[in-house]
Structure formats: structure tokens, C-alpha cells
Ligand binder design. Sequence first.
Ligand code: FA5
Length: 354
Amino acid sequence: MTIKTIDRSLAAITKQVATKLSQVKTLEDIYAVRSEFTGKTSVLTQLLQSLKDVPTEDRPTIGAKVNQAKKEIESIIERALSLMMNRESLLKDEVRDIDVSAPFHTNNSKIPDFTGIGSMHPLQYEINRMLDIFTTMGFTPFEGRELETDYYVFDSLNMPKEHPARQNWDTFRTEDNLIPTPHTSNMQVRVMRHLKAAPLRAVIYGRCSRNEAVDAVHGHTFYQIEGLYIDKGVSISNMIGTISAFVNAFFDKNVTSKIQPGYFPFVEPGIEYLGQCPFCDGKGCSSCKHTGWLELVGAGMIHPNVLREGGFDPAVYSGFAWGLGLDRMVMQRNGIQDIRSLFASDIRFLQSSL
Ligand code: FA5
């Protein structure tokens, strides 16, 4: 058992509990599930007992994760028990009042319960994993803003009005001239002004919207995780090392990757970090537009104008920033070929993913 494998094992156990609960017919069935998954001889109890074999430094993290999963499982089972008790007591009453605020099963005993116990959306699951990895690397997570002003989306990022690069982020606007933000970089100057002091290590996760021709790898709505690192003497090799360490931890293996120059007005120099397409092993297919590579991260050394805007003197401090495409990385890790599956709410996809 390691920090890397524990999330998967716990997710598999939680899924098994949900599957079993979807098949129960009586209170006794639920009690049986409870003793199987939380009882003295359950896998969870065994996991807790085997903590003593885990390296001392990993013990608190793994212990906390197992305890958290145990609490969640206990609460799902409690909910199932209370629904079943309600149902059984209602079945005994020939005449009963209708409680319009109750789940609809409660009022109609002919409709089977527990057919749709939900699970975490694959994107949320992976956001949590990514934030865990960045937190272990010393970055503090922040949540992005979905509606933003022109200033933070463009001006603060070295893109004054009429700057041609503004076209790279083709946006929507509200009637009040606010922008559903097209990238999480809108948070760069906000976070710099908020944290004020170096060393500054922050990651910001958020939803982005673009006026995009939707295809297998382009959504009109998608997620990014932005990263910021500012201190004295930060170098490009620090940046590449940090991004590679994250990518390898996320995929749990050494990912074949390459770096090519990229242009973003808020960094100098700018790079694009690409990972080999897992669907064709780099041979070229429709998912990677026959290039063999998927662009995963845009990054670069923060431009002096942006540092200044955030309150850091570029003569003293340097830093790097990146914006990674969360959906693309989730697709790559889970073999999902079309980004639209992540938003289609198709229950068959949601039940089969992860
Ligand atoms: C940006 O959005 C820059 N803000 C990234 C950045 C941050 C650069 C900090 C430098 C410093 P870009 O437009 O390339 O860059 O998008 C970054 C990543 O978001 C892409 O690599 C891709 O993985 C993902 N992405 C972009 N557009 C879409 C889309 N329509 N659908 C899904 N993912 C997308």
C-alpha cells in the first residue's frame, strides 16, 4: 500500500459498496453489506490494521484517506438504511399521507429504491487527485473565478486593448461586459496580490469557456489548473522539473513528453509541454490530429510586466507559471477518446469510467 495506490483501492471499495446497495431488497441485505464493508473483518478494517507496515512518513496521509473513505461508506449505508426503513414502514400502512418533500420512492412503494446511487464525476475525482499531488509538492490550492473582468483576463497579463494575442482566447461576454474566463491565468495577478510574499507557490483550479469549434479534444467548457511559483533565482529548469514531476506522478509512470516553444504574452520565454498520444502510441490518429502528440500544458517564465502588476519587483524576483488542460489529461489517463463524453451526462459512461 502506497500513497499512489491507496486512492484507487478506496475508490474501488466505494464503488463495490454502491453496486451492492443498488441490489439490496431488505434491511437485512443492507446490514449484510454494512458488516462486509465496515465490520471487524472488512477490507477497510484490514487496511487500517496494515497501516503499521506503511513507511512512517506516509502513515498519516494514508490513515486519513482510509478513515475518510470509511466515514463516506458509513454515511452511504446509513442513508440506505433510513430509506429502506421508511419504505418498509410505509408498506405496512394501507392508507398513508403523501409527503411531497420526500424522495419519490417514499410515496410509491412500487418504484424500486436504490437504482441510482451516484458516484463522483471522473473530472472531480481527478481534480482532487491533482490537487493532492500539488499539495504534496508544496503548492497551496485556490479556486478560480468563472466570471471575470477584462482587466484580469487580458490587461493584467500584458495584453492591453487591441493586442492581437487577445484573439487566441476567443471569449463570450455578458451584457455587463464580464467574461466567462477562457483560461485560469486570470487568477495570476489576483493570487500575487493576495499572497504578496515570496516564496509564492499556488495552484488554481477552475472552469474555462471558449468560443470553440467543438471536436474530440476541444470543448467549449473545460477545466484548467494554473500554477505559479515566484522566488529569487527561479529558473527554466525548475519549471520543467516541476511540470515533469507532476505529469509523471499524475500518470503514475514516466510519460514520453516533449517541449516546444509556445507564445503567451504573459510569459517570456513560453513553452508547450506535450505528451505522447496514448490512443495511437504516437503513430497519429484523430484524437491527436495525426500528430502523435497531445498538448497538455502551456507554461513559461512570468513576464516582468506581470510580476510588476502583481506587486513583485522583477529585478529581485523571477518565477514560472503554467496552465494545464485538465480534461485532456483525464482523457489521456483513462483512455477517454472524446472530450464530449465528460459533459454528456450519459450514465453508462459515468458508471464505466474510472
Ligand atoms: C492557456 O490557456 C494559457 N493560459 C496557459 C498558460 C498559463 C501559459 C500560464 C503560460 C503560463 P492554452 O490556450 O494553450 O494556454 O491552453 C492550455 C491548455 O488548456 C492546453 O494545453 C489544453 O490542454 C487545454 N485546452 C485549451 N483549449 C481547450 C479546449 N477547447 N478544450 C479542452 N482543453 C483545452
